[in-house]
Design a protein around this ligand. Structure first.
Ligand code: HEM
Length: 460
């Protein structure tokens, strides 16, 4: 699909419309036009197309941030996430959870390195990111067995997403001819709800018992669910239902897990493939950590590691986890660069293409973190770079404008913290006789077709 689109774009220009299903799908490949739509005319392009039936059910009738149409409910939910959970001081309060997850990951890799076998990293990365998001969502007292249970019910829905996609076409017919598949989907959703609702209830009870005295308990950390329990539905003047809270919590877990673990894997793959980049990064970390065997690169130290930041930015440019942002929509027919964007269509932005544009990036398909360093030499710090695409129009792995990914700061923190620590603790080497293969495959995100396998060697 993507290569076909590329051919159309080179033949017909940067805006291409294809009839997909019953609606026209507009694809925009050009950075400046994307900027014009998403940033300069942000409000016009901030809506979403109506959710297909499967998404509608899973999101409790579009009661989460990514599916809500541009209006009061979307505004309330998004503001709650950014001001209550992603605010720097709250993010800091999840530091204990990050350290716990780092230890889990390191212990797994240490035992793997002792066995002498190469490690297939992606499952470990996915599990680590999932743990982190669960602890932020339901509180840091959730046990590992509970996390595994939540992971199971989510994972099964995600891996079956493609199978369920067909249910979106002619639901009246598929309810008859694909009855079993509908039943499976509804069963998976029910299982998910049955696992998450008791956790939400436990947070509600704990909140009532505390009676608003959280400030006195130093151990207490506010979770995402706590903040959702406080919200009033802006249009219906009521609290959110349990099912709606499940939909919003699930979105949080899905949005932050596969995206970040995919990016982690791509970046580690490039560090294994290019040992000189890994050595340079290790030397930078050593410069901050000194010669002793201090175990952890602390979050406060990440700001002193410009090359680490450059490695992460280059990873997101070269391998954006999503090659398109989520589909946007306009409420009225809207003119853009002499094209009419129809109100009943979806508008899709080809972000991978934008980060690979040879007019902006020299050798765009090469992995070169130095392009983000001042002077390119790596001595003078990382360039100021606007990853949200609002000032610069060079790449937008998190989208841009009103619907820009609200989790971009958290994602970058997670990537820097885990890559910094994994390179400090281990040397990462390719498996003898096997080249690191950077071919892509589309799943929920764009993943490595041949998942990274590497030998991990403890440095201390
Ligand atoms: C490397 C990691 C990540 C990448 C590449 C990524 C990318 C994206 C992209 C491309 C979008 C769509 C933007 C648009 O439609 O214009 C998006 C939306 C979203 N992301 Fe992320 N994301 C990441 C991590 C996270 C994390 C950690 C969270 C949770 C805190 C998160 C929460 C969301 C939400 C809630 C939306 C919907 C926003 C809206 O519709 O207003 N993402 N993300």
């Amino acid at each position: 699909m993507e290569s076909l689109l590329r051919t159309f774009v080179s033949k017909y220009g940067p805006i291409v419309t294809l009839p997909i299903g019953s609606r026209p799908a507009v694809f925009i490949a050009d950075r400046s036009i994307a900027h014009k739509a998403l940033v300069l005319n942000g409000a016009l392009f901030a809506d979403r197309p109506p959710a297909p039936p499967v998404t509608k059910i899973a999101s409790s009738n579009q009661h989460n941030i990514n599916t809500a149409s541009y209006g009061p409910l979307w505004r309330l939910l998004r503001r709650n996430l950014t001001s209550q959970i992603l605010h720097p001081s709250r993010v800091k309060s999840y530091g204990r959870a990050r350290k716990w997850v780092l230890d889990v990951l390191i212990n797994r890799f240490v035992s793997q390195s002792q066995s002498g076998n190469p490690v297939c990293v992606i499952d470990h990365f996915q599990y680590a990111m999932f743990c982190l998001l669960v602890l932020m969502c339901f509180g840091d007292k959730v046990s590992e067995s509970q996390i595994k249970e939540i992971e199971n019910v989510h994972h099964i829905m995600l891996i079956n997403l493609r199978r369920f996609n067909i249910l979106n076409f002619w639901p009246k017919l598929t309810k008859i001819f694909l009855r079993k598949r509908w039943e499976t989907f509804l069963k998976f959703k029910k299982n998910r709800d049955e696992v998450l609702i008791p956790l939400i209830e436990a947070r509600r009870k704990a909140k009532e018992n505390r009676g608003g005295e959280e400030k006195q308990d130093e151990e207490f950390v506010v979770s995402y669910v706590d903040t959702l329990l406080d919200l009033d539905h802006p249009e219906e003047k009521r609290k959110l239902t349990e099912e709606e809270i499940v939909a919003i919590a699930s979105e949080f877990l899905n949005a932050g897990t596969d995206t970040t673990s995919t990016a982690l894997q791509w970046i580690m793959a490039n560090l294994v493939k290019n040992p000189e980049i890994q050595n340079k990064l290790y030397a930078e970390i050593k410069g901050v950590m000194g010669d002793g065997s201090r175990e952890e690169v602390m979050e406060e130290e990440l700001g002193k590691l410009p090359y680490l930041k450059a490695v992460v930015l280059e990873g997101l440019r070269r391998h954006p986890p999503g090659h398109f942002v989520l589909p946007h929509a306009v409420k009225e027919d809207t003119e853009l660069e002499n094209y009419v964007i129809p109100k009943n269509g979806s508008v899709n932005f080809m972000v991978a293409e934008m980060g690979w544009d040879p007019k902006v990036w020299e050798d765009p398909m090469e992995f070169k973190p130095e392009r983000f360093m001042k002077g390119g030499a790596g001595e003078e710090g990382v360039v100021e770079f606007d990853i949200t695409g609002s000032k610069e129009r060079k790449m937008m792995p998190f989208g841009a404008g009103r619907r820009v990914c609200p989790g971009f700061g958290l994602a970058i923190l997670h990537l820097e913290y885990f890559i910094g620590n994994l390179v400090w603790k281990f040397e990462w080497k390719g498996v003898e006789g096997e080249d690191v293969d950077l071919s892509e495959k589309v799943e929920f995100t764009v993943v490595m077709e041949k998942p990274l396998k590497a030998n991990v060697i403890c440095r201390f």
